[in-house]
Write a protein that binds this ligand. Structure first.
Ligand code: GGG
Length: 354
């Protein structure tokens, strides 16, 4: 799935490291993009603010200038955010808000293991396509006092429009993959209206008139979410493209990351049909912040995925090959992968292989 590239003289990339190790891994991804050379238009980076730390300093977790500046960019890279687990007046998660503001309706999370030899088929090669704008993330929560004490309620929104467009994204991605299989993840045995609408709408995508038979070669499977997690751990090779409502997609992709060694390896993009923002799947990891040992590979792979969506597959392949080589050799790895190397060491190793 590629955006038009023809008219670009330069590539304007917004950089939002945000919190914690986001501030360590996004600069590493920037260095890799700078090193790519003439395979892409000259990158121009725009540093931008967002996050819990910015909220504490300024009272805004997502300054208006950040959103406006992003509208002028070709793409962006977002690091990680450390939203507090308690309610803080005036604070709202900036990444959730940004996905909504820019209508980045798809969160695409490839989970791929590194084969022992270059060119071999990886044992795990799946992609979680997570709906990114609704489900419980509409954040319509309220506390109601009742005679039995307080009741907390949340609205879970599933619309036909959002389910259809995420379904189309999943089928489109499946078309470009060897196995061409989409598995719809849901819980419509219990949530027959909300998950039922998601399931039914995604299933109907290949039959839409405007699709005109484009997805006829794609096989459709479906799976109840709990059983999908079980089978993901038992036989991950059965999955190709997994498409899920927001919350299931979030949980599934973190779980799938465990299968390939570390959350520190899994990239993502938040995408609309006009804009793309790369984002490592990992969080801000406050336990290792400032120690210089954060794994930069998920952020580096996210920059490659961003380039792929922007229409530059060749430099994206170069980056992914360099990352794979570093992992395969196993000599320069951060502690999450059992190594002793620093973020800078791993970045240097990737740059050498580019
Ligand atoms: N890069 C992914 C990330 O930051 N994950 C943590 C997360 O989703 N946080 C949501 C939040 O803190 O608002």
């Amino acid at each position: 799935r590629r955006m038009a590239t023809a008219a670009r003289q330069s590539l304007k990339i917004g950089l939002i490291p945000a919190d914690g190790i986001g501030k360590e891994v996004i600069p590493a991804a920037k260095k890799v993009l700078e090193a790519i050379g003439s395979d892409i238009p000259k990158p121009e980076f725009v540093p931008l603010l967002a996050g819990w730390e910015v909220f504490q300093r300024t009272g805004s977790a997502l300054p208006e200038e950040t959103v406006e500046a992003l509208k002028e960019c070709d793409g962006a890279l977002f690091g990680a955010v450390s939203s507090p687990t308690r309610r803080v007046t005036g604070y709202s998660s900036p990444i959730v808000a940004l996905r909504k503001e820019l209508d980045l309706y798809a969160n695409v999370r490839p989970v791929v293991s590194v084969a022992a030899n270059p060119g071999d088929k990886p044992a795990i090669d799946l992609v979680v396509v997570r709906e990114n704008t609704e489900c419980l993330y509409v954040k319509q929560e309220q506390i109601v006092s009742t005679e039995n004490g307080r009741e907390a309620r949340a609205t879970r929104l599933i619309t036909e429009r959002a389910s259809r467009r995420i379904g189309k994204m999943a089928f489109e991605l499946a078309l470009g993959r060897p196995r061409k299989q989409v598995t719809i993840i849901h819980k419509s045995n219990v949530l027959s209206l909300t998950d039922g609408l998601f399931r039914e709408t995604v299933r109907a995508v290949p039959r839409l008139a405007e699709v005109n038979g484009r997805y006829d070669s794609v096989k459709i499977e479906e799976q109840i979410v709990d059983s999908a997690v079980y089978r993901l751990f038992r036989e991950p090779q059965i999955y190709d493209v997994m498409v899920a409502p927001n919350l299931y997609g979030d949980i599934l992709s973190d779980a799938a990351a465990a299968l390939v060694g570390s959350l520190g390896l899994v990239p993502s993009v938040n995408a609309s049909d006009k804009f793309v923002m790369g984002e490592p799947v990992h969080g801000s990891a406050p336990d290792i912040e400032g120690k210089g040992i954060a794994n930069p590979l998920a952020a580096i792979r996210s920059s490659a995925l961003m380039l792929r969506f922007l229409g530059y597959p060749a430099p994206a392949d170069r980056i992914d090959r360099a990352v794979d080589q570093v992992i395969r050799e196993g000599e320069v790895l951060t502690p999450d992968l059992g190594g002793k190397s620093s973020t800078q060491d791993v970045l240097d190793a990737v740059l050498k292989k580019l």
